[in-house]
Design a protein around this ligand. Structure first.
Ligand code: XMP
Length: 516
């Protein structure tokens, strides 16, 4: 299958580039800049996109590829599209000076095509683009022609005279750029890439592949009821039938009725072997007195693995024959972007990656190459109902990250009630499907209020609702006041311990989506 590789220089938007290309029916994967050479050995690579990045090209430690690499791609006839940081990198490699902080632009800008180019084919001469740069290209290097500008950025686009390299200062992958998808479509046409990324066919192939690999062995999967693990389990079930065993762990950090709902959904799908482990006490007693967010996450992970290991050992003693551990890992879980160097700060420890070898099992990750929206499409192709496919992401550690500070029974009771109210109200709204997530968070402080002439001192609930394409960047949702007012009223009226509700108006970055 033809492939387009996105070379990652650390932009927050790198995954978006790959997603856009897949939307256009072409398989795309991300390769880090320091492994770029492997692209040259892969005959299925038909085009390369060089991503943006947060550093300056002449800064120490700035991620780079060499001019030889670019020239080799060119010789092989592999077309190149460079975006933002890479636009500057190309200019720099071919001899242009980079201006620092003179033509900086952040946000929308008006772009003007000043010379016809196949990359802008079928697009008006002027359109709005999304910019995010401090530096800029001073002059068009030798061997390139100048194709576009904005009010504040002279060399906003250029291309090589031989028509093999296209270079843009703006971000076509961001939805705020008009005709962004059309630019990628033009690029794929120029590169002559075949559009073979067809999920229906790939699903059938995956099922055949799993069947061939697993044969009569048994597969264990930790099912959470979320989209990824459910679709992964179902795909495997389609391949091998009842040799898949689902373990659902009740961590005590679930929402109201979540355990019952998840188990009933899984049964409805046809799974026969569902093992429910009640580990509430173990989780809650291990977390007693712990306030630090990272420590909470680490304890959670440790207990989770222990509980799963015990459940597995019991099962294996009873029936045996296990060879594989399946996981609902998806592509962004595996490929980290949004950082310029390998040693970036650990922001949060996600617990999802369980080491299969600890269990003496081999791993299978049927969804490892897919994005969330593709996983949802796969679920749909397999006939899984909307109530499961449209489920909003719920973090593995559950309410642990939505109750700030120490976890107590009282706080869990409050957050569960708040969750129920927020979900009930949100599901009635037309905007619900468009939201990436909407949930309440219980803050670890109290504030003064007045109810019925009496002073109160109660908890604060924060409502978080975001729009996002993959959870890596997010915008807070501009929800109607009437809706927020209704939710706040219900929370105050129905949860006596709470006397204040606030709405979170921060984007990611600088905030994260979850609070811990
Ligand atoms: P943050 O808070 O990092 O969240 O902006 C990004 C997305 O990831 C989800 N999330 C998790 N999912 N295990 C998960 O399975 C985790 O430990 C975890 N932490 C955050 C979060 O809900 C959001 O969609």
């Amino acid at each position: 299958m033809d492939k387009v590789v996105v070379i990652n220089f650390g932009s927050q938007y790198t995954h978006l580039i790959a997603r856009r290309i897949r939307e256009l029916g072409v398989y795309s994967e991300i390769v880090n800049y320091d492994e770029a050479e492997k692209v040259l050995k892969d005959p299925t690579v038909k085009a390369v996109v060089l991503s943006g990045g947060p550093l300056s090209v002449d800064e120490e430690g700035a991620p780079k590829v060499g001019i030889d690499f670019i020239e080799e791609l060119r010789e092989k006839g592999i077309k190149i599209l460079a975006i933002c940081y890479s636009h500057q990198l190309l200019a720099y490699l071919y001899g242009s000076e980079i201006l620092k902080g003179i033509e900086r632009e952040f946000g929308p800008a008006n772009f003007e095509v000043i010379r016809d180019s196949p990359i802008f084919s079928g697009i008006p001469k002027r359109f709005r683009v999304w910019m995010s740069h401090n530096d800029s290209v001073k002059e068009v290097p030798k061997g390139f022609i100048h194709t576009g500008r904005t009010e504040n950025c002279r060399v906003a686009s250029m291309e090589s005279i031989d028509g093999k390299i296209f270079s843009l200062q703006f971000h076509p992958e961001v939805s705020h750029t008009q005709y962004g998808l059309k630019i990628f479509d033009n690029f794929l046409k120029i590169a002559g890439v075949r559009r073979e990324w067809n999920l229906e066919r790939i699903v059938e192939e995956k099922i055949r592949e799993i069947r061939k690999k697993v044969k009569d062995d048994k597969v264990l999967i930790a099912a959470s009821g979320g989209v990824d693990s459910t679709v992964a389990a179902y795909l495997i079930w389609k391949a091998i039938g009842d040799n898949i065993y689902l373990v659902f762990i009740d961590t005590g950090l679930l929402r109201e009725n979540e355990r019952e709902e998840v188990v009933s959904n899984l049964k409805e799908l046809g799974f026969k072997n569902i093992i429910v482990v009640d580990a509430k006490d173990e989780f809650l007693s291990s977390l007693k007195g712990v306030k630090d967010p990272e420590e909470k996450r680490l304890i959670f992970s440790k207990v989770y693995v222990n509980v799963l290991r015990r459940a597995f050992n019991e099962l294996n003693d009873k029936i045996g024959g296990f060879r594989y551990l399946a996981q609902g890992t998806i592509y962004p879980d595996r490929i980290e972007t949004g950082k310029a160097q390998k040693k970036a700060d650990r922001i949060k420890s996600h617990h999802n990656v369980i080491l299969a070898h600890e269990f003496g099992l081999e791993i299978i990750e049927p969804l490892r190459d897919f994005y969330k929206d593709e996983v949802r499409k796969i679920g749909k192709i397999l006939g899984i109902s909307d109530k499961i496919i449209k489920r909003k992401p719920f973090p593995g550690p559950g309410l642990l990250v939505r109750v700030l500070g120490e976890i107590t029974e009282e706080k869990l009771k409050i957050i569960r009630k708040a969750h129920k109210i927020v979900e009930e109200e949100a599901k009635k709204e037309p905007f619900y499907d468009e939201l990436w997530q909407i949930f309440p968070v219980l803050l670890d402080s109290k504030s003064v209020g007045v109810m019925g002439d009496k002073r109160t001192y109660g908890y604060i609930v924060s409502i978080r609702a975001v729009l996002s394409e993959d959870g890596m960047t997010a915008e807070f949702a501009k929800l109607p006041w009437k809706f927020l007012e209704r939710v706040a009223k219900r929370i105050i009226n129905e949860i006596k311990e709470v006397n204040r509700v606030v709405y979170d108006i921060t984007n990611k970055p600088p905030s994260t989506i979850e609070y811990e």
